[in-house]
Design a protein around this ligand. Structure first.
Ligand code: DGY
Length: 463
């Protein structure tokens, strides 16, 4: 039997706090040293949710740092290379990304030219709810709401060619679910360039847990094609082979629009509130009209370049629950899917929620987003279950998430099979001491201590 990494819940809770401290770099949190040594966009917003229990000034700083690097057209980059020295441990570095040539890019810091799922508004609201000093930080909240609003405006303006209110992603890394099985269909539609580069990720992590060399050829080709167009949105829209309407990305956009609307109202920013509410409603409708699959009980992806639906299983599209997108009937179908043998296995032999159905032929228990359980998707679906009153599923997802980190430690992702725990050599996958796992597990633990926040803050300050 695998030995538990943390014997008790308080031990786990302390580790969540010390992991966030360990990964803090003067003005933001990196995901984990070595493997991801810079600021990543959606990671950073999730980290802020954890910091809200420990040090609110760091939670606010996380957003501030992201917005200090916003492009003039509202775009937010998935990586900000604050410390170029750290680049020795990561590829592709800022030179390969080459986004600085775009006239909208900031001059004071290098960034990538692709973005990540828009979870900022949603996470900002989580922080706001815990911020007992919010009255003293009105300027921060107003500026942050405006910055995130500009990001959403960019998405609807530059990435929605048919005005469907379903902005597309133009690189698989923008999905956050980098090597999901859904992209396989797109890889068959174009020839990638061949790269003989020195991968850095596989120096930190066993290569069975990472995307393959062939996958990387596609990822790097897309970056180079974009770079050759100076990351010009209109040009990329005309020619890039990857333009996808992604359900996780759009679900987080809806959730963030709703959060921004509520926050904007608190600060008398009614124009922003109204626009965000309209966007949220229109994107919800579009997701239900175009992407919902009643047979599979989940949302599909749409390949806009080739005008093709991409089917395929996986927990990421279930994040639509978090944003209140499905109606009651659709939500019940989704719940049924998650509780079926495709996710839970026979006799509940798997931890929820695998990123690919455990019965799928392309299911891979180890490789990144092609099977393993990830804490951020679990956390979001857990919140979604709360929204729909799915009490037992909500409890189960929290129980499974805690069990995984308690056994393996605060890793990046986990083997869904319960039987793997019997193997004394089994381990968590990807990076260790991972910030978003720490932050979101802390939030899950804290959800039972809703009235206890102040005393917890005092406790954490002493750690
Ligand atoms: C990586 O390098 O794997 C990142 O997820 C890309 O953003």
């Amino acid at each position: 039997m695998h030995k538990k990494a943390f014997r008790t819940l308080p031990d786990l809770e302390k580790a969540c706090v010390s992991t966030l401290y360990k990964n803090w770099r003067s003005k933001c949190t990196i995901p984990t040293a070595g493997l991801y040594p810079f600021q990543w966009l959606w990671d950073s917003a999730f980290s802020a949710v954890g910091w809200a229990y420990i040090d609110l000034s760091r939670a606010r700083q996380e957003f501030q740092t992201i917005l200090d690097c916003q492009w003039k057209n509202g775009f937010l980059a998935h990586i900000v290379y604050h410390d170029d020295d750290a680049g020795k441990s990561y590829f592709p570095g800022s030179a390969f990304q080459g986004a600085g040539a775009n006239p909208y890019a900031p001059k004071h810091v290098a960034t990538s030219g692709i973005t990540q799922p828009p979870n900022l508004g949603y996470c900002l609201e989580q922080v706001f709810q815990l911020d007992h000093a919010r009255a003293e930080h009105t300027d921060f909240y107003k500026n942050t709401i405006s910055g995130i609003f500009r990001f959403h405006a960019y998405l609807y303006r530059d990435r929605d060619p048919k005005q469907e209110y379903l902005p597309y992603i133009r690189h698989n890394w923008e999905s956050g679910t980098d090597n999901a099985v859904q992209w396989d269909a797109i890889w068959q539609s174009f020839e990638p360039r061949q790269y003989d580069i020195q991968r850095r990720d596989t120096e930190h992590v066993n290569d069975q847990q990472r995307p393959t060399k062939k996958d990387y050829n596609y990822y790097l080709t897309l970056i180079e094609l974009s770079k050759e167009l100076n990351f010009d949105e209109q040009q990329m829209q005309k020619t890039l082979p990857f333009l996808v309407q992604d359900p996780l990305f759009n679900a987080l956009l809806v959730a963030s629009n709703e959060s921004l609307a509520r926050l904007a109202l608190q600060f008398g920013m009614s124009d922003i509130a109204n626009t965000c509410l309209q966007w949220a409603q229109k994107t919800k409708k579009a997701m239900n009209r175009k992407l919902f699959d009643p047979i599979a009980g989940m949302y599909n992806y749409y390949d806009l370049r080739n005008e093709k639906m991409i089917k395929g299983s996986g927990a990421p599209s279930m994040v639509a629950l978090t944003a209140g997108i499905p109606n009651k009937r659709q939500a019940h179908l989704m719940k049924k899917t998650l509780q079926s043998a495709h996710y839970w296995g026979e006799d509940k032999a798997y931890f929820l929620c695998a990123t690919n159905a455990v019965t799928a032929t392309d299911y891979d228990s180890k490789r990144y987003w092609r099977g393993p359980v990830w804490i951020p998707t679990n956390w979001l679906i857990w919140k979604g279950c709360e929204r729909y009153g799915f009490k037992s599923l909500e409890k189960q997802i929290k129980k499974d998430s805690l069990a995984l980190v308690q056994h393996y430690g605060l890793f990046e992702y986990f083997d869904p099979a319960k039987s793997t725990l019997q193997d004394p050599d089994s381990t968590g996958y990807g990076g260790a001491d991972f910030s978003w796992s720490a932050a979101l597990i802390l939030d899950m633990i804290q959800s039972d201590n809703a009235n206890n926040t102040k005393s917890r803050l005092d406790l954490y300050q002493q750690i």
